[in-house]
Each structure stands twice: as structure tokens, then as C-alpha cells.
Design a protein around this ligand. Structure first.
Ligand SMILES: Nc1nc2c(c(=O)[nH]1)N=C(COP(=O)(O)OP(=O)(O)O)CN2
Ligand SMILES: Nc1ccc(C(=O)O)cc1
Length: 365
């Protein structure tokens, strides 16, 4: 009953615990650029998600308890597998490496910030061109608002909104990577057939049971976003023991379901789902501990653009005037290796990314 010197039962328990992320490491004390390289060489820092940023401190979490706070190089040997998860690089999934900006194109009458543009394909293509010119490397097209309390849209209606835009994009901008924001297998099928490369599901494939088996037969990227309940009911599910720990563990469960269902890990990206089944305080808490997501070993999609939390943080009532707040709130995610920043204002976010990159990564000392 021994396996690698260990009892099979204890091996299975460890494996189950590992998959459920019962033990987590929060990387702290970040260092950047050439200092990060030197600190790693000296053994004083470890690469975060394969680098280029490194961390010098670590908080060890078991269950909900902090069981250690120490220098990164002092993390005990029996935490080696958790340490490996946060230091290894993550699969790029379809897109270029490094921080990428994903432009939001909502083809809906009722999206909270950019709704009301559906029907005007020329306008949408102009907007897409502008986003690409500004530096977006992927566009996320949505045909159903998932804001709290949004109206439900049938799959056919949703595809009627998205289809013509996707077709026009394929004709006019054939090289652009397109992601389709949908939780419905019918729309996923139509979208992949029409050339989409990524499916972005805000329910992490929990809404439509045909979605997982269908995506298992494809080779597109898949974004698993965290939420609870539905856009109509999510507010009542915003109860957590520790929101960032719970979000990481619930995403770990969705990754496991996806992998068991046949979607290889190298196709999966994850997203903590800001504003979905989270209160203002929980959104802030999640942002403060965003680096915990490194425990999932997947590329992160990060979406705070113009959301209510930015409105509450800044006192700005009007969503399209929340871009500066959006950029500031996106900074903590930049260290996560190759984050994908999902935003309405691509130009502004690209400026923020370029400033961050130049200050933190390209310095000589
Ligand atoms: N992966 C991911 N997908 C999302 C996310 C998000 O944070 N991450 N936020 C959304 C809400 O923003 P949007 O501007 O699309 O608003 P709407 O739901 O009103 O259309 C919709 N889709
Ligand atoms: N779909 C969503 C749209 C907006 C928000 C938010 O503003 O928090 C959350 C979800």
C-alpha cells in the first residue's frame, strides 16, 4: 500500500486537498526588474507565476487560518507543491504573453456602461478598430448583460446580436482574437463555428450542462469566472468566510470539473468575478488579496472596468467616467504574470500598462 514511500490513503488525501486548494500561499513583498532577478539568484526571492515579478515573503494559509508568515526561502519543505504552483509560469492560452488588454464590445440594449449600441454594426466595427489601434490584443463580445437583475435573453436572440458583429469582424479584421462572453452552449457552438477563439463564461460552465461536453470537443481557450447563483439572484449569495480564500477554492473546484470533463488545463483561464455575488467590502478584500489567485496555476482575466465598486471607491456615479479608477484598481493584478485586463477604455488601460511596465520591469537597477 506504499506509493513513493507514502501510504496510499494519505497520498489520496493530499491529492484531494491539493485539488481543493485547502492550503494556499499568499505571495507578499514584491520585487521587480533586475532587483527581482538578483534576489532570485541570491535565494532571497522566488518568481511569481514564472516572473518577471518576484516575491520575498509568504503567508501560509490552512483552512482559513494563517499558519505562517515568513521569508519566501523559509517556506517549509512540506509546502513544496503549493510553492511550485505559485512560482511556475502559467499557460498563455491563445494570446501573447505579458499583460494583455481585452476590449469589451457589448452588443446589448442594457449593459451597465456601454449598452444601447446593438444593431449598428458599422459603429461596432469602428469601435473594434479603435480598440485594436490602441493596443487591445483580444476583443470580448457579449450579447447579454449579466449586471445584477439584468433581463434574460434567449440563446437565439443572443446569437442574433453577436453573429453579425462576429461575421463582420472576421471579414474586416480576420487576425483579431475574439472572445465571446456567453453562458449558453448554443451561442458557444455558433461562435466557435464563426471563428471565435475564446469562450468567456461568467458561470464557469455551471449554467448550461451541455457547455462542458461541447467545449471538450473543441480547442478554444475557456475563461472560468467566479460567481454564485445567477445575475438575478447573485446578491443574496454574497456570504463568505473569507472572500479571497473562498473564491480561489471555488474556482479550483470549477477547474477540476472542467478538466475532468475533458478541457485540458492549458486551455483554461480564471477570473475572480468582481461585482458578481460580492458586496463592496468583499470586492475590496478580493482585490487586496488578488495574488492568492496565483495558487490556481492559470492565467488570470481581471475585470473591474467601470464597475459599481469603482463608483463607490471614487464617488463617481457615471460609469464611463470611472476609467482612471479602473486603471488604479487594475495595478495589483499586474504582477500576476500574464494578466488579461478586460476593459471598456482600451487606450487608457494601455497607458497604465505601459507606465507600469516601464517603471517596474525595464529599470536598470
Ligand atoms: N470574465 C469576465 N467576464 C465578464 C466580467 C468580468 O469581470 N469577467 N464582467 C462583466 C460585466 O461587465 P460588462 O461591461 O460586460 O457589463 P454587462 O454585464 O452589463 O454587459 C461581463 N463579463
Ligand atoms: N455584469 C455586471 C455588471 C456590472 C457589475 C458591477 O457594476 O459591479 C457587476 C456585474
Amino acid at each position: 500500500m506504499e506509493r513513493g514511500g507514502r501510504n496510499v490513503a494519505s497520498f489520496c488525501l493530499e491529492r484531494a486537498e491539493e485539488m481543493m486548494c485547502l492550503r494556499l500561499i499568499e505571495p507578499l513583498g514584491l520585487v521587480y526588474g533586475s532587483i527581482a532577478q538578483k534576489a532570485i539568484r541570491q535565494g532571497d526571492a522566488l518568481p511569481l507565476c514564472g516572473g518577471p515579478v518576484a516575491f520575498t515573503f509568504a503567508r501560509l494559509i490552512e483552512g482559513y487560518q494563517t499558519v505562517g508568515l515568513m521569508s519566501a526561502h523559509k517556506v517549509p519543505q512540506d509546502w513544496a507543491s503549493e510553492l511550485k504552483r505559485i512560482t511556475h509560469s502559467v499557460p498563455a492560452v491563445v494570446l501573447p504573453e505579458g499583460p494583455q488588454v481585452m476590449g469589451i464590445l457589448n452588443i446589448t440594449p442594457d449593459s451597465f456602461s456601454d449598452g444601447g449600441q446593438f444593431g449598428d454594426i458599422d459603429q461596432t466595427i469602428l469601435k473594434a478598430r479603435e480598440m485594436l489601434r490602441s493596443g487591445a490584443t483580444v476583443l470580448d463580445i457579449g450579447g447579454e448583460s449579466t449586471r445584477p437583475g439584468a433581463a434574460i435573453v434567449t440563446p437565439e436572440e443572443e446569437w442574433k446580436r453577436i453573429g453579425p458583429v462576429l461575421a463582420a469582424l472576421q471579414t474586416e479584421l480576420p487576425d483579431v482574437a475574439v472572445s465571446v462572453d456567453t453562458r449558453k452552449s448554443y451561442v458557444m457552438k455558433c461562435a466557435l463555428k464563426a471563428g471565435a477563439r475564446i469562450i468567456n463564461d461568467v458561470t464557469a460552465l455551471a449554467h448550461d450542462e451541455a457547455a462542458l461536453s461541447f467545449l471538450a470537443t473543441q480547442d478554444c481557450g475557456v475563461v472560468l469566472m467566479h460567481m454564485r447563483g445567477t445575475p438575478q439572484t447573485m446578491a443574496q449569495h454574497a456570504v463568505y468566510e473569507d472572500v479571497s480564500v473562498d473564491v480561489v477554492r471555488e474556482l479550483a473546484q470549477r477547474i477540476e470539473v472542467a478538466e475532468k470533463g475533458g478541457i485540458a488545463r492549458h486551455r483554461i483561464m480564471v477570473d475572480p468575478g468582481f461585482g458578481f455575488a460580492k458586496t463592496f467590502e468583499q470586492n475590496k478584500d478580493l482585490l487586496r488579496h488578488i495574488l492568492l489567485l496565483a495558487n490556481l496555476g492559470c492565467r488570470i482575466v481581471f475585470g473591474v472596468s467601470r464597475k459599481r465598486m469603482i463608483g463607490t471607491l471614487t464617488g463617481e456615479e457615471i460609469p464611463h467616467l470611472r476609467d482612471a479608477g479602473t486603471q488604479a484598481a487594475s495595478f495589483p493584478a499586474m504582477a500576476l504574470g500574464h494578466p488579461i485586463l478586460r476593459v471598456h477604455d482600451v487606450k487608457g488601460m494601455m497607458q497604465a500598462v505601459n507606465v507600469w511596465r516601464e517603471i517596474y520591469l525595464n529599470g536598470k537597477n
